[in-house]
Design a protein around this ligand. Structure first.
Ligand code: NDP
Length: 490
């Protein structure tokens, strides 16, 4: 039987980079079968064994950083420097997951409470078995590694389906893993189009799917997972807001805003798309923003739009924004496929598609608000809730705004900084999805809690879970509970 293949292209030049198999249902089935055996072996290695091998894998990835960054550059078009930064972040997460899994997930005693004084209660977090990871193309190392590293550290085997736009880097990451773990295919990559991902999601032996991609695809994957009651992490899109308060450092805010909006050509799930600036500093902030943006060019400071189809959405949003708002920089002419120059539009109505829908391009809408409270209300009036930014000098006020922002993550006086802190969980609310990668929550996401209560001795006169129990035992219990819980505390 001949295997069908597909090609990955350099989006900047159209040049073919590699050819990969479109893996069939049978091929995915076989990969999951191999992963099941590997998972049992990996689990038996225990925390110490896995920690050692994952730290070794981290060292292998680090030694191949330049080669991997070049491959990411080829497949996505992003500058090599940005691809290198992405790899550094992924390495940091791999390190954190490997080092912290034993402490976060390992067996520990927990208090058994007053009524359970005769019990020893233990809790540990056990691996699920095989985890399927379905990844996007925009950060083809950092994003899936947020699931892969944490799932592996938690003791699972991983079958990874990278985006059809970035299969080569997905294959290479799994190949390098065999240098550290040659015995069993604990981490495999399967390549193909969307249907290969669907085969993975429908396989009943996959115990969890970690999906990162668009909200629309997440719904399809969730429907496939529902067939087997397979749980899922959904890391979806965003329409992140950036709030500038009256006391903000405007130079720093403008600089961070442009990086957050334009780096990776705006193809960042936690990228800045909506900017809300309080009236008191609106004019000076806009001056700062426009001056700095004037020197930023697509093809020089950031790469092309990776997915050709996205250009239509970006163009539609630019048309929509400039029809109802005022263009400060750029417009429809900024689209020079496959590149898009920076576009800044102000006063776009909040109910416009360009303010409500994810654009995933180097464009921002800016709005003047009465005060920070109004900025917060507008920021929160979105179906998405992934991340966001607050710029304010008063740390107490900044923290208040950040906490009230309806999002999974907020950066204060910096942009996207939470992504580089491995101890912080990453994930959204609403249309941005559910579940968490990164941090202790990200480790627990790929486990099942195992609770054990062991009776150490029988409590005299308190054998409550027995048909031999007499009314006096229940009476004693009610008296005890009334003593412990019956008083109203002031
Ligand atoms: P897509 O939703 O198009 O694809 C995501 C992945 O799902 C790809 O591997 C894709 O394969 C696969 N897929 C497609 N159809 C199916 C299916 N029916 N069953 C199973 N898998 C399927 O997203 P993009 O790759 O375009 O990524 C961009 C999106 O990702 C943006 O919305 C962005 O905001 C979001 N994102 C979210 C992040 C987060 O952490 N919250 C981080 C990074 C991106 P194929 O490519 O072969 O079609």
């Amino acid at each position: 039987m001949t295997t069908l293949t597909f090609e990955s292209l350099n989006p900047a030049t159209g040049q073919v980079i590699g050819s990969h198999p479109k893996q069939s249902a049978q091929a995915v089935h076989e990969a999951v079968g191999r992963a099941e055996t590997a998972a049992a072996w990996w689990d038996r290695l225990g925390h110490a064994g896995r920690r050692r091998r994952l730290l070794d894998y981290k060292a292998v990835v680090t030694r191949h950083l330049r080669e991997l960054a070049e491959l990411v550059h080829q497949e996505t078009g992003k500058p090599v420097a940005d691809a290198s930064l992405e790899l550094v972040l992924a390495i940091t997460h791999l390190d954190w997951a490997a080092r912290n899994a034993p402490k976060v997930l390992g067996r520990r005693r927990v208090s058994s409470g007053m009524l359970g004084v005769n019990l020893a209660a233990t809790l540990e977090y056990l691996p699920l078995g095989v985890v399927g990871v379905i990844g996007p193309w925009n950060y083809p190392v950092f994003t899936p590694m947020g699931s892969i590293a944490y799932a592996l550290a938690a003791g699972n085997a991983v079958v990874f389906k990278p985006s059809e736009l970035t299969p080569g880097i997905g294959v290479r990451l799994a190949e390098l893993f065999t240098e550290s773990v040659p015995e069993h295919p604990v981490f495999q990559t399967v390549t193909g189009l969307g249907e290969t991902g669907a085969f993975l999601a429908r396989d009943p032996r996959v115990k969890k799917i970690a999906f990162t991609g668009s909200t629309a695809t997440a719904k399809r994957v969730m429907a496939a997972c529902a067939e087997n009651l397979t749980p899922m992490v959904a890391e979806c899109g965003g329409k992140d807001a950036f709030i500038v308060d009256a006391d903000a450092d405007l130079k720093a805010a403008a600089d961070a805003c442009l990086w957050g909006a334009l780096s990776n050509a705006g193809q960042t799930c936690v990228g800045v798309e909506r900017v809300y600036v309080v009236d008191a500093v609106y004019a000076p902030f806009m001056r700062e923003l426009s001056e700095r943006a004037a020197s930023i060019r697509a093809g020089e400071h950031y790469g092309p739009i990776t997915m050709p189809g996205q250009l239509d959405i970006i163009r539609r949003h630019i048309d929509d924004a400039t029809a109802s708002g005022k263009a400060i920089m750029g417009g429809t002419d900024s689209v020079r496929a496959p590149f898009v120059d920076p576009v800044i539009v102000e006063d776009v109505p909040e109910d416009s598609p360009s303010v409500r829908e994810e654009t995933f391009g180097p464009t921002i809408t800016v709005r003047r608000t009465r005060d920070a409270q109004e900025a917060l209300e507008l920021a929160n009036a979105s179906a998405y809730g992934l991340a966001g930014t607050v710029f304010a000098r008063d740390a107490r006020r900044a923290m208040e705004l950040a906490r009230a922002m309806r999002s999974g993550m907020t950066a204060v006086n910096s942009v996207i900084s939470f992504a580089g802190v491995p101890a912080l969980p990453f994930g959204g609310v609403g249309d941005s999805g559910f579940g968490r990668i990164h941090g202790a929550d990200g480790l627990r996401e790929f486990t099942r809690p195992k609770a054990i209560s062991r009776q150490r001795f029988a409590l005299p006169g308190m054998n409550l879970t027995s048909f031999t129990r007499g009314p006096e035992e229940l009476e004693r219990l009610i008296k005890l509970v009334t003593f412990l819980h019956g008083r109203r505390k002031r």
